[in-house]
Design a protein around this ligand. Sequence first.
Ligand code: NI
Length: 189
Amino acid sequence: MKSRLVHFDLRSGLSPDAKPIQRRLSQMKGMFLDEERRAQMEAQEDTVIYEFYDLQVPNTSGDVAFGTSIIYPGMVGNEYFMTKGHFHTVLDTAEVYFCLRGNGYLLMESPEGDVEARELRAGASVYVPGRYAHRTINTSASGPLVTFFAFRADAGHDYGTIESRGFMKLVVEQNGKAEIIDNRRRRVA
Ligand code: NI
């Protein structure tokens, strides 16, 4: 592989050089606490919740996949817009996030039930250790949460585990501010 130059706009997070993958309300069935509200919203407009880049870096252990993800502002009930979140298929592979714009959280959990949440704002970088599932959440009412990520290119994505049981914690708005609460609908494996 040769060197590669890819541009990302620091405000929008979008690249003029590649096409992002979009995740809409219709692709987030059952992922928010208030599924009824999500379905109502989808019926009105199938809004884009987030988008991210897969730049097709070769799928080897010596390569590093990278790109941005952009989570738009919004809520389903009192729960902020967020990514689906995933474990890596090669579980013990880490990831680095660097926040370019916005406000939110990077929520992490291990298969043993250890939970970590790190606050994101422009300039914050977070090292997500191997074995930890990770999800980003936009807690801003107005702007997108833009992050740049990098991980071992053959790590792979296991979305199914989180889709079937959810994260242990949720980030919701309570009394006008972001709170991290227990997920009462968490389904135990
Ligand atoms: Ni990842």
